[in-house]
Design a protein around this ligand. Structure first.
Ligand SMILES: [Zn+2]
Length: 121
């Protein structure tokens, strides 16, 4: 069992992510872990990082499902920083597909616009 996402973190995410990072939908948003919560420990400091603002983004339920079930969508999600491999830093930018802007997510629940080009993409 992993530790829960704290209510204070949920509030920060709701304020930061008003729409789905992928399609801009405002309704039916769910919290998605960029780096998988199932690996790398779920206790103490590691859990705080896994369930922290830098690792969590709000997306629509449909996209959340497709990232895990559709290989093409999953690959695109990795290109946009919506999904991260375990070794990737959480400072890795996230792409807002509706605004065409890259952001770095901060530990205190902000998003900071950055000039970024994903060379692997
Ligand atoms: Zn969406």
């Amino acid at each position: 069992m992993g530790e829960q996402i704290k209510p204070s973190i949920r509030k920060q995410l709701e304020a930061r992510d008003e729409w789905c990072w992928h399609c801009g939908e405002h309704n039916d948003l769910v919290i998605h872990h960029r780096r998988n919560r199932g690996m790398g420990g779920t206790k103490g400091k590691q859990a705080a990082i896994t369930n922290g603002c830098q690792n969590l983004i709000r997306v629509c339920a449909q996209y959340n499902f497709e990232m895990e079930s559709n290989a093409t969508v999953g690959a695109a999600a990795r290109g946009w920083g919506h999904k991260l491999p375990m070794w990737e830093d959480l400072e890795h930018p996230v792409f807002d597909c509706t605004k065409f802007v890259w952001y770095v997510l901060t530990t205190d629940g902000r998003k900071v616009e950055v000039n970024f080009r994903n060379s692997a993409f």
